[in-house]
Structure formats: structure tokens, C-alpha cells
Design a protein around this ligand. Sequence first.
Ligand code: COA
Length: 147
Amino acid sequence: MIRPAAGADLAALGLLWERYRVEAGDTRFVDQAGWGSWVLPRISAGDVRVGTTDRTVNSYVAWQRATIADPGEGRVLRILELYVHPDGRGQRLGSGLLARAIDAARQRECRAVVLVSNIADAGVLALVEPFGFVLHDDALHLALQRE
Ligand SMILES: CC(C)(COP(=O)(O)OP(=O)(O)OC[C@H]1O[C@@H](n2cnc3c(N)ncnc32)[C@H](O)[C@@H]1OP(=O)(O)O)[C@@H](O)C(=O)NCCC(=O)NCCS
């Protein structure tokens, strides 16, 4: 099941983040407290989804909306963290979380979704390519059509 993250998920998310940062080699935050102060406002803004199996939080996606300096470029939704605990992989949680991020981008009239990741291995590419992402300048990009 996938649902919006709540403040009560913070402890479970922190444990997932610890694994994520090791696997992804993410050095943006030195500890859970620093990461927590970044993610809590994201949770409040509705920019974090969690995936659960048997009610246990075992995956999440966190994004942020950014406005590009050039006004003609429009808004872009950046997926900053997408992680599924190794025990939960292969159950389509990753693709479900990615689909939620793309839905949010469409609702917010973003022109593109960008997956910023240190991991661009075969597994990640196999996950994102069916959605239409292409590798461009070290990031995975999905252009969205305006409806
Ligand atoms: C990449 C990741 C998010 C995939 O999560 P997942 O829940 O296992 O993925 P799904 O079950 O939704 O997989 C959907 C499709 O992606 C592809 N895929 C996913 N992981 C794969 C892998 N390791 N190797 C090959 N294909 C893979 C498969 O085609 C799969 O379709 P299938 O189920 O019909 O075989 C997860 O392995 C992960 O968190 N990895 C570490 C962190 C990371 O790489 N994050 C992404 C960038 S920030």
C-alpha cells in the first residue's frame, strides 16, 4: 500500500534513510537529525509518500518542486530520494512510488520530473525507462505534456 507520509512515520523513515544513504552514497546530511529537519517540512507539504507491507513502512519517495531561474522553463519536480528496503523489493513498491511522484508533478503542472540519483544502475534504469525517463546530463528526465 502507498499513502502520504505523516509525522508519525518519522522514526521508521529515519531508519530507512540510514540504509538509503549508505546504499546511495548520499552525503547531503551527516545524521538523521539533519535529515529529519529537511524531511519534516516535505512531509507537511505533501511531498513524501510511504510504501508499506503488512503495515510496516518499508519504502518511501521524497521530492521537491523547484522553479528554474529561466521563467520560460517552468516548474520541475525533483525526486531526491526513492528507496525500497531490500526485503520489500520486487513487489512493485518502487514503481508505485515513482508513479505517485509523476502524478504529483502533473497535478502541479510541472513540465518535467527529474530523478537525481547517485545510483544509475541497470535496476534503476529498468524501473524508470517504462515511464519514459531518459538519461540526460547525469540525471534521469521525464518530460510531461501539458494537458
Ligand atoms: C530501485 C528500487 C527503487 C526498485 O524498487 P522495487 O520496489 O524493487 O521495484 P519494482 O518492484 O517496482 O520494480 C519494477 C520494475 O523495475 C525493474 N527493476 C527493479 N529493480 C530491478 C533490478 N534490481 N534489476 C533489474 N530490474 C529491476 C523491473 O523491470 C521491475 O519490473 P518486474 O517487477 O515486472 O520485474 C529499489 O531496488 C531500491 O530502492 N534500490 C536502492 C536505491 C535506489 O536505487 N533508488 C533509486 C534511485 S534514488
